[in-house]
Design a protein around this ligand. Structure first.
Ligand code: NDP
Length: 334
């Protein structure tokens, strides 16, 4: 499949170029950037043959079937809608949009156009998260009582731009990381968070947007979730715990873009390491996208998954703003 990359971004250069090129026949034909100079430099550095500032020009290339959108968050909606209208399959970065109604509109437009539309949530593509999900589904920890998510990291200097100072571009740790954590919980437990309480602060990096958040969610099953995200924690590490009536899962260092980290299962029988696959997360995500396009499977995270992760993140922000519990509003998405 030939691709148009919309957004000459860091995630595209560090992970997604390689993930597409790792697929059989995967080729990036165009990069579209708002800046002619930046786009040209990016295309030259990464061996992409065509570059433009005009999205319509790239979308008019009939040899291209797929579009990957990784611009800043406020641009996802118009760019993805244009790609859908042009009949392309779309893999869009998270958060899908700035508002839930916009994200839901993207999903609906893709359905009507008959194209595949997916969200790039990488964590559910990792061997560790897939192994944890299997343990839970097999009943190895009994009934799930609670989940604790540790996702307070240090935003590296080269990413300390719009994320920490531009609310209009979708900055803030909640649209950036809470949205991933919402997807992880939905993926692991197979249910959608119902109600949240939260607090958020700026603790040294955020200028006009939050750089840290803590929240507690309740699930329809009665399970509770505790979630911590930050841009300002250099030494906290990351992790995830799932506690059930018959056992607990401890995952250390797994909230990351790399296939790393350790998972352990603790039950009455003792503590055992869990074997996990070390495959590349983004290659897995693109491979699943190819399967969905071919009608041979499901995208790792599809459009409704992207709407729901955004809905949870927005509920966390609303709860923190209002200082009261907020029910997650999924709109019409099932
Ligand atoms: P970047 O800040 O690297 O890029 C975002 C946009 O900024 C680019 O599309 C480009 O605009 C512009 N830009 C970047 N560098 C320059 C430059 N040197 N000169 C001029 N313009 C520049 O963002 P990220 O790659 O970190 O994030 C992009 C999207 O991907 C976001 O939606 C984010 O949420 C998501 N993301 C997802 C991850 C995942 O694992 N799923 C991980 C990281 C990010 P233009 O579009 O005009 O080329």
């Amino acid at each position: 499949m030939r691709w148009v990359f919309v957004g000459a971004s860091t995630i595209a250069s560090q992970y997604m170029l390689g993930a597409v090129r790792a697929q059989d026949g995967g080729e990036i034909a165009w990069v579209v950037s708002g800046s002619a100079a930046h786009g040209a430099a990016w295309a030259a550095e990464h061996g992409v043959p065509n570059v433009t500032t005009d999205l319509a020009e790239a979308l008019a290339d009939d040899r291209c079937e797929a579009v990957y959108v990784s611009s800043t968050n406020e641009k996802h909606l118009p760019q993805a809608m244009a790609a859908i209208k042009a009949g392309k399959h779309v893999l869009c970065e998270k958060p899908l949009a700035m508002r839930i109604t916009e994200a839901a509109g993207m999903v609906q437009a893709a359905e009507e156009a008959g194209v595949t539309f997916a969200t790039n949530h990488h964590l559910r593509c990792s061997g560790s998260h897939r192994a944890m999900r299997a343990l839970i589904a097999e009943g190895k920890i009994g009934k799930v009582l609670s989940v604790r998510l540790f996702h307070a990291v240090h935003l590296p200097p080269h990413l300390q731009g719009w994320r920490i100072n531009d609310a209009a571009a979708g900055g803030g740790v909640i649209p950036d990381i809470t949205v991933h954590d919402a997807d992880v919980v939905r993926f692991l437990l197979g249910e959608d968070p119902k109600r949240v309480v939260a607090q958020m602060v700026a603790s040294g990096m955020g200028e006009g947007v939050e750089d840290s958040a803590m929240s507690v969610w309740t699930m329809p099953s009665g399970a509770m979730v505790m979630s911590h995200e930050s841009f300002t924690h250099p030494f906290a590490g990351s992790g995830l715990e799932v506690h059930g009536t018959e056992g607990s899962i401890f995952a250390n260092g797994v909230m990351t873009q790399e296939p790393v980290g350790e998972v352990e299962l603790v039950t009455a029988a003792g503590r055992v390491p869990v074997e996990v696959s070390r495959h590349n997360l983004y290659e897995q995500g693109v491979s699943d996208f190819y399967s969905a396009v071919a009608g041979a499977g499901r995208a790792a995270a599809d459009g409704p998954d992207g709407v729901k992760s955004l809905a949870v993140a927005m509920a966390v922000r609303d709860a923190a703003k209002l200082g009261q519990a907020v029910d997650v509003d999924y709109g019409d998405i099932q």
